[in-house]
Design a protein around this ligand. Structure first.
Ligand SMILES: Nc1ncnc2c1ncn2[C@@H]1O[C@H](COP(=O)(O)OP(=O)(O)OP(=O)(O)O)[C@@H](O)[C@H]1O
Length: 398
């Protein structure tokens, strides 16, 4: 009897949709990267001096989000290492996660086999140890610094300066750096010496178009889903949505994965267009929640003022009206308001995040103002604003 129960339970828990859902997760590096042949070729060519035990030029890789920069770099470096593991060591660091110069140097040292205490040593001392350790090494060290803009925005470019100078200090060419970013503007903030050193070689990753995304999705879907679960129409829709959203393969894969999850929850046997549309709403809701819940306190309060104001007046608000509601709310919970100028800046920031729309309108002799309105689902906003902050939550009594 218990065998029957086991069989029923196991058949219920077995997915009818996913053969292997993990293959659609963002961290998975696929064995095939269609439509990135040119970038793969360039990267291999630039890194080819490693075959002779020589240091390749530094490389700067940029392109919009989801264009395959990380996947291609990891893929190429790993494949080369499998072939010529004696001639180089590589360390991959995502500087959004490992986000201080101290942690980066500690990570490098640990990867080279040195133990580093969590604190207690100065960054300068760590750097000295790093140089010493690299000099002892036989092979070349290739350092991949992903999302390099995050580091520079937080801590400036001192650590990049040091790392790009390391070869001069050692009197030997032993360190190569591959920097990756999706923020082209950040390059302007780099010290010119760092910039020119880092971009000895540059590779640009263009966005994918809809057909390319379709191809990418098809190949990933064949591995991740059971046969005949995903139709061409579903793939086409996911690709078209992501292509409109600046050709982001991550977004396309997310849509397909979440659509699969929705289908599974509903007990369906196949993915439909409706599952994709539901996935889209779910992803957008999660994005809004994530963005709003991590806003600073006064930005949340301004956003709540917009929600309340629009609800009361049943129309868009001017910047002045937003400020009035905001100051009333601040007073109610006994916090000091920020200036009208700052509220104006916050309105612009919320607009850039896509949470509100703020359209400039000319009111003749009254000058210019903005028409402010909420651009996303109100319920999600309220939930995200109030869930972690009881002070703000008390202002929303419905
Ligand atoms: N040509 C491709 N074939 C298959 N999958 C791809 C391809 N390009 C990107 N992907 C997948 O899309 C997702 C995003 O790619 P990746 O992380 O490399 O983008 P990125 O350019 O580094 O983005 P970001 O700047 O946001 O870090 C990953 O899951 C990756 O495996």
């Amino acid at each position: 009897m218990s065998k029957i129960i086991d069989e029923i339970l196991s058949s219920l828990s077995r997915s009818r949709i996913f053969r292997n859902r993990e293959l659609l997760l963002p961290d998975y590096v696929p064995e095939e990267l269609p439509h990135r042949e040119e970038q793969i070729k360039r990267l291999v060519e630039i890194l080819s001096p490693l075959m002779r035990g020589e240091k390749p030029n530094n490389i700067f890789i940029y392109g919009l989000t989801g264009t395959g920069k990380t996947a291609v770099t990891k893929f190429v470096v790993k494949k080369l290492h499998e072939k010529i593991s004696n001639s180089f060591i590589y360390v991959y660091i995502n500087t959004r996660q490992t986000d201080t110069p101290y942690r980066i140097l500690a990570d490098l040292l640990e990867n080279l086999g040195s133990k580093v205490p969590f604190t207690g040593i100065s960054t300068a001392e760590l750097y000295r140890r790093f140089i010493k350790k690299v000099l002892e090494l036989k092979p070349i060290l290739v350092i991949v610094l992903d999302e390099i803009d995050a580091l520079v925005k937080k801590h400036g470019d001192d650590i990049l300066y040091r790392l790009t100078r390391a070869n001069y200090e050692m009197g030997k060419s032993k360190v190569s750096i591959i920097g990756i970013t999706n923020d082209i503007k950040f390059v302007e903030f780099l010290d010119p010496r760092v910039k020119s050193s880092l971009s000895e070689e540059e590779i640009i990753f263009p966005p994918y178009n809809a057909e390319e995304l379709e191809d990418i999705l098809k190949r990933r879907a064949t591995l991740a889903f059971y046969d005949s679960v995903v139709s061409d129409d579903v793939i086409k829709l996911c690709a078209a949505i992501a292509a409109r959203d600046h050709g982001d393969a991550r977004r396309a894969l997310d849509l397909l994965r979440v659509a699969g999850e929705v289908a599974e929850r509903e007990g369906a046997e196949k993915l439909t267009i409706e599952h994709v549309n539901k996935a889209r709403v779910e992803i957008e809701r999660d994005r809004v929640y994530e963005v709003v819940s991590t806003l600073p306190f006064h930005s949340k309060l301004v956003l709540l003022a917009i929600v309340i104001g629009v609800n009361e007046k049943r129309r868009t608000l001017t910047t002045g009206e937003v400020y009035d509601v905001y100051t009333k709310l601040a007073k109610k919970i006994g916090v000091e308001s920020v200036t009208q100028r700052r509220v104006s800046d916050i309105i612009n920031e919320l607009d850039m995040l896509g949470i509100i729309t703020a359209r400039v309108v000319n009111r003749g002799r009254y000058g210019k103002t903005k028409e402010v309105n909420l651009a996303v689902n109100e319920e999600t906003v309220i939930k995200a604003i109030s869930e972690k902050d009881s002070k703000i939550a008390s202002l929303w009594d419905r």
